[in-house]
Design a protein around this ligand. Structure first.
Ligand code: AMP
Ligand code: GLY
Length: 420
């Protein structure tokens, strides 16, 4: 079958690469993709926002399945438009994508169906929000309601910090419209893990658990980023805890979505906090994680194209999804100034080709002449594979010694928590 991946980042590079080596897949297209993705996909310069143009291309080229990478097209309703044109899509409808697009929607649904998550309040007025903060005390978490590119969350250690975040978000000077509603949450103590699952509307099949590193600096210091590195499997989510998360979180949420008349299709991403009371939801995402995808998909031992098609057509079964008994680690190389700003156009030196046990996925690069240059905050995701996590990490970091660009920054402690 022919598959089209929408998007152009490191996650989409990993999706296109994994699809390209799936036996059921004869051809992968990427819209718009990136120069680096031409190693596994044919690039098509169409804007997904021009859906008539996109649908004509998909029909003319007999594309069997569309895989939507990022959240923005899903929240905007791209899956609905394609489904209406009779094209199978791996990705949720606009209604179902609200699980990521609106924190209020997600929290209210979790409350209605008793899915474990932090206690919360929803506020539109600064005074009422501050009143709630003074009653609850710090630490406390303040979140802008809409999509804010991973930057709409402030984990406030003091009441002053929380009040400042509320003013910032509700007066609309930092997050614009996305900030006109805030969710204020109880602070949850524990270690985080990402549990992604394949979903076909009814059936939920978990992927291998991974762990992201959200802060920019070693030791989880500094501001939040989109994610500075991942590894899988993550031992913090033991088999018993994963089964508990499936029973108390993912299965009830997918059943709830069906009951609410918005069945969920695609990858459901549960960001979990492993608290002393068990796993609780930090957030849901309506798509694969970035850079979780870069470590989860290399460990898949099944035909990804077939699994995704089964999700899109409501025929998923647990026995379709098998995992390798090995580990993967991804270290993100970010550009100077990230996450506040990002430097563009710095030439990337070194070996960024794919080898047997290391893969370099491109998050933000551009080909200028014969050379790749930086073109965004997160630049490359260097993935090491191995029989265990130590080997995978050594391979990823070993590879990084041969890559360099001006201002390159990365964390040196990816995976360290797994050895605690
Ligand atoms: P989110 O965008 O909702 O995933 O939040 C970003 C990060 O903020 C998470 O990965 C957590 O590290 C942290 N965070 C969010 N909500 C909470 C919470 N209720 N308690 C503790 N930490 C949180
Ligand atoms: N790595 C976090 C995310 O994809 O949202």
């Amino acid at each position: 079958m022919k598959v089209c991946v929408i998007g152009s980042g490191g996650r989409e590079h990993a999706l296109a690469w994994r699809l390209s080596i799936s036996p059921s897949v004869t051809k992968v297209y990427a819209i718009p993709g990136s120069a680096a993705m031409s190693d596994c996909a044919e690039l098509v310069g169409i804007d997904w926002q021009q859906s008539n143009h996109l649908i004509r291309f998909l029909k003319d080229n007999h594309i069997d399945l569309v895989v939507v990478g990022p959240e923005a097209p899903l929240v905007a309703g791209l899956a609905d438009a394609l489904n209406a044109a009779g094209i199978p899509v791996f990705g949720p409808s606009k209604a179902a994508a609200q699980l990521e697009g609106s924190k209020v929607f997600a929290k209210d649904l979790m409350k209605k169906y008793n899915i474990p998550t932090a206690a919360y309040g929803v506020f539109h007025k600064v005074d009422e929000a501050k009143e709630f903060i003074s009653q609850t005390g710090a630490p406390i978490v303040v979140k802008a309601d809409g999509l804010a590119a991973g930057k709409g969350v402030v984990v406030a250690m003091t009441i002053d910090e929380a009040n400042a975040a509320v003013e910032d978000m509700l007066s609309g000077n930092r997050f614009g419209e996305a900030g006109s509603t805030v969710v204020i949450e109880e602070f949850m103590e524990g270690e985080e893990a990402s549990l992604l699952a394949f979903v076909d509307g009814k059936t939920v099949v978990p992927m291998i658990a991974s762990q992201d590193h959200k802060r920019i600096f070693d030791g989880d210091k500094g501001p939040n980023t989109g994610g500075m590195g991942t590894y899988a499997p993550a031992p913090v989510l033991t088999d018993a805890l994963r089964d508990e998360a499936m029973k108390t979180i993912l299965e009830p949420m997918v059943a709830a979505m069906e009951k609410e008349g918005m069945p969920y299709v695609g990858c459901l991403y549960a960001g979990l906090m492993i608290t002393p009371q068990g796993p609780k939801v930090v957030e849901f995402n309506a798509r694969f994680g970035d850079p979780e995808t870069q470590v989860v998909l290399p460990l898949l031992d099944s035909d990804l194209g077939q699994v995704m098609m089964a999700c899109a057509t409501g025929t998923l079964t647990a026995d379709m999804v098998k995992w390798k008994d090995s580990s993967a680690a991804c270290v993100i190389l970010a550009s100077k100034g990230y996450p506040e700003t990002s430097s563009k156009g710095d030439v990337i030196h070194g070996d960024i080709k794919q080898h047997d046990t290391t893969i370099v996925f491109h998050s933000g690069t551009k080909l200028v002449g014969e050379e790749y240059v930086t073109n965004g905050g997160r630049v490359l995701g260097v993935v090491g594979l191995g029989k265990d996590l130590r080997t995978a990490l050594d391979r990823a970091y070993g590879r990084i010694e041969h890559i360099d660009f001006e201002g390159m920054q990365y964390r040196t402690d990816i995976g360290a928590k797994a050895f605690k």
